[in-house]
Design a binder for this molecule. Structure first.
Ligand SMILES: [Zn+2]
Ligand SMILES: [Zn+2]
Length: 282
């Protein structure tokens, strides 16, 4: 869990110095703090998503990916409570008396993304000159930067009231990848046909999600069938490996039926439209 108090104190001290340089640095610290808050939510949930599946690195986008792929509650506030007494036969769970254990404070990823972008726009770039007579300012508009940083500090103060951090909640299914890594996924966000990558950063395997008639999820390796040019038999190549290849990159396929070796490569191809094939162009 990120300790926000020292970060907030640092930003406030920089604001109190009240120079153009110190408030610009305060804006940078505020922006880094927003990234840390979002990335910490990711870190807590990294058992449920591979690094490869994060298509964007921006903090707001990371939290959106987490909401869609890992835990729909990631941005919500919740309080964990425990019953005062041990469970006893004859007493319903809802009739127990509960005491709070801790609270994880949620946030609106859109608002965080807006603040993060605004700080960069106001403080972390030099303004473009409009014409030859224009000057290049040393810093952004001081008043606007202070107002925005103060807004971020208020949000950080609110987030700092959180006392716990969790990896989320909800039913989990798991499977063992061929590399030996145990992969866990939350049922609430799994979709039929979805492709999930192994969480082991060194493993190229990806798995396709299916749901049977009983509503149970299962996972099968996603493979691309490639026919051997020598014996014509099918070989299965790893989907993630093939899709990660660059144009003109060449990999060797070793046929498991006849031992022949072939190269595989992505190439730009041209196809002739059949109805134009025999048309004379004059
Ligand atoms: Zn794996
Ligand atoms: Zn072959």
């Amino acid at each position: 869990m990120i300790k926000l108090r020292p970060i907030i104190d640092c930003i406030n001290n920089l604001l109190a110095e009240d120079t153009e340089a110190s408030i610009t640095y305060a804006a940078l610290e505020a922006r880094l703090a927003l990234e840390k808050v979002c990335y910490d939510r990711l870190r807590q949930r990294h058992d449920y998503i591979s690094h490869d599946q994060l298509k964007k690195w921006q903090p707001g986008a990371v939290v959106n990916t987490l909401m869609n792929e890992v835990d729909p509650h990631v941005a919500q506030t919740f309080t964990l409570s425990i019953s005062k007494n041990p469970a006893q036969p004859g007493i319903k769970p809802e009739d127990e008396e509960y005491v709070p254990v801790g609270t994880e404070v949620g946030f609106d990823p859109k608002y965080i993304a807006k603040l993060w972008n605004a700080l960069a726009g106001l403080a972390l770039h030099v303004r473009l000159p409009k014409n030859q007579q224009d000057y290049i300012p040393s810093y952004g508009n001081k008043v606007e930067i202070v107002n925005k940083v103060t807004e971020v500090v208020a949000e950080l103060e609110r987030l700092a009231t959180g006392t716990i951090s969790s990896s989320g909640f909800g039913k989990v299914v798991s499977f063992d990848c061929n590399c030996g890594e145990k992969n866990k996924r939350r049922v609430a966000v799994l979709r039929e046909g979805q492709l999930v990558s192994c969480i082991n950063p060194d493993c190229p395997e990806s798995w396709q999600v299916s749901k049977d008639e009983n509503g149970e999820f299962w996972f099968e390796t996603k493979a691309v069938p490639v026919d051997c040019g020598n014996c014509g038999q099918e070989n299965l190549m790893r989907h993630r490996h093939i899709m990660a290849m660059k144009t003109n990159e060449r990999i060797l396929m070793h046929c498991r039926h006849c031992n022949a070796e072939h190269y595989i490569q992505w190439r730009l191809m041209q196809a002739l439209r059949p109805n134009l094939e025999n048309t004379d162009i004059t």
